[in-house]
Design a protein around this ligand. Structure first.
Ligand code: AMP
Ligand code: GLY
Length: 390
C-alpha cells in the first residue's frame, strides 16, 4: 500500500516506521528533516491508497473531510468528530449525555461565576482552555488562588488567546493515569496496548504540564480488565453518542483515563494517536498496522491488533527551557549511535536542517528515544543508554 502520514513530529515518525516494517511505502507530509521520506507536498495533492492524519490541528480544521471529498481512504475523524478534542466544553457535554464516567465540571466565559464555581469545589483544582493549546492549556493545582489567577489569565485571552476565552473548570481526580488508544471504524472499536505518559516536565512528576515527556507500555499498575472497561463504559458509548449526532467517527479515540477508587474516569478524549504514547506502543505491535488502519478507515474493522510481550519505554529529549522558552538551533549529534543499539528506535520531532544540512533543534520536544526490553526496567536502562549517545 502507498500510505501518506500527515504531520511533522515524533508520532508521525513512529507511524512511518511501524508502517514500513510491514513493507508499506510511506511518505510523511510535511515530516521534518529527521524523518526519511518527508515531502513538502500538500497531502490533498498526494496520490495515496491510505492517508493517516497524525495531529489534532488539521483534523479539527477538516483535512479528513477535504481528503474524503477527493475520494481518499482516510484514517482520522472529520471536523465534526474532531470537536471532541477541539472543544473540551462540547466533549464534556457529550460525555455527560452518554453517561461516560468523568470529572464534575462547568464551563464559563465570564470571570465572576467561574471563580464562584471554583471556590465551591474541594481541591485539587483543574482549569482548562476550551480550545486547543498544544497540550499545555491545563492547570492542575492544590492552590485555589493559583487556579483563580489562571482563570483570569485564560479568560482575558492573555495566556492562550481565543482558545482560553472559554474555560472548563473541573474537580481534580486523583489516581494513576492511563492512555487507551482505540482504533474506531464509526461503530466498532479495538484497543491498542495501554500506555502511560509523563505529562510534567521534571523528574519525579514535578513542574508544568507538557505535551508529554515520556511514555511506557504495558502499564503493570493497571487492572487487567481496564481496557475492556474503558471500551465498554467510555469508548463505545461515545461512538454511539457521536453516531446519534450523525458523526461517523473513523480514527483513533484516545481515552485519557484516571484510575480512581470509583473505577476508571475519562480525563479527556483526543482524536489521534498519543504523542509520545504512539512511540512506545507501536514498536510492540506484532500485527499489520496498515491493514488495521485501512479497515477502520473503510468502516470495516475486522483486525484484532496483537502485541509482543516486550516492554517499551520512550524518553523524550527536550531543549533547555521547554516548555516555557525552548532554545533552538543547537546541533544534534549521536543519532546513528543511539539508533544502532538493539531494540532502540529514535524518532525525530522538533528538528530542522541548518544551512549546511546538519540536524539542529527546532522545537521544545526534539527526539523520542524508545527502547524495547524484556521488562520495563531493562527497557528504561536501554533507553537512557541510548540517550547518553545524544
Ligand atoms: P487533558 O488535556 O484534559 O488531558 O489534561 C492534561 C492532563 O491534566 C491530564 O493528563 C491529567 O494529568 C491532568 N488532568 C486533566 N483533568 C484532570 C482532572 N479532572 N483531575 C486531575 N488531573 C487532571
Ligand atoms: N501524550 C499526550 C497527548 O498526546 O495528548
Amino acid at each position: 500500500m502507498r500510505i501518506c502520514v500527515v504531520g511533522s513530529g515524533g508520532r508521525e515518525h513512529a507511524l512511518a516506521l511501524a508502517l514500513r516494517r510491514a513493507g508499506d511505502e510511506v511518505v510523511v507530509a510535511p515530516g521534518n528533516a529527521g524523518i526519511p521520506g518527508s515531502v513538502a507536498t500538500d497531502p490533498v495533492e498526494l496520490d495515496a491508497d491510505l492517508v493517516v492524519i497524525g495531529p489534532e490541528q488539521p483534523l479539527v480544521e477538516g483535512l479528513a473531510d477535504r481528503l474524503r471529498a477527493k475520494g481518499r481512504l482516510v484514517f482520522g475523524p472529520g471536523a465534526d468528530g474532531a470537536r471532541l478534542e477541539g472543544s473540551k466544553r462540547w466533549m464534556k457535554e457529550l460525555l455527560a449525555g452518554a453517561g461516560v464516567p468523568t470529572a464534575r465540571h462547568a464551563a464559563f466565559a465570564e470571570l465572576a461565576p467561574a471563580v464562584e464555581f471554583l471556590r465551591s469545589l474541594d481541591g485539587p483544582w483543574v482549569v482548562k482552555t476550551d480550545g486547543l493549546a498544544a497540550g499545555k492549556g491545563v492547570l492542575v493545582t492544590d492552590d485555589v488562588e493559583e487556579a483563580v489567577d489562571d482563570v483570569g489569565a485564560k479568560l482575558s485571552g492573555a495566556a492562550f488567546g481565543a482558545a482560553g476565552r472559554t474555560v472548563v473548570i473541573e474537580e481534580g481526580l486523583t489516581g494513576s493515569e492511563l492512555s487507551v488508544l482505540a482504533v474506531c471504524d464509526g461503530a466498532r472499536a479495538v484497543a491498542l496496548a495501554p500506555a502511560q505518559d509523563h505529562k510534567r516536565v521534571g523528574d519525579g512528576d514535578t513542574g508544568p504540564n507538557t505535551g508529554g515527556m515520556g511514555a511506557f507500555s504495558p502499564v503493570p499498575a493497571a487492572p487487567p480488565d481496564v481496557v475492556d472497561v474503558v471500551l465498554d463504559t467510555a469508548v463505545l458509548p461515545t461512538l454511539a453518542a457521536l453516531s446519534a449526532r450523525g458523526i461517523d467517527y473513523r480514527g483513533v479515540l484516545y481515552a485519557g483515563v484516571m484510575l480512581t477508587t470509583e473505577g476508571p474516569k475519562i480525563l479527556e478524549f483526543n482524536v489521534r494517536f498519543g504523542d509520545p504514547e504512539a512511540q512506545a506502543v507501536l514498536p510492540r505491535l506484532d500485527s499489520d498496522l496498515a491493514s488495521l488502519l485501512a479497515g477502520a478507515a473503510a468502516g470495516r474493522l475486522t483486525d484484532e491488533p496483537a502485541f509482543s510481550d516486550d516492554a517499551a519505554v520512550t524518553v523524550v529529549c527536550a531543549t533547555d527551557g521547554y516548555p516555557v522558552s525552548p532554545r533552538t538551533g543547537d546541533r544534534i549529534v549521536g543519532l546513528d549511535a543511539a539508533g544502532a543499539m538493539e531494540g532502540v528506535e529514535v524518532c525525530c520531532a522538533g528538528v530542522a536542517a541548518d544551512a549546511g544540512g546538519a540536524l539542529v533543534t527546532a522545537g521544545g520536544r526534539v527526539l523520542d528515544v524508545t527502547a524495547l526490553g524484556p521488562t520495563l526496567d531493562e527497557a528504561r536502562r536501554r533507553a537512557y543508554r541510548a540517550v547518553s549517545h545524544l
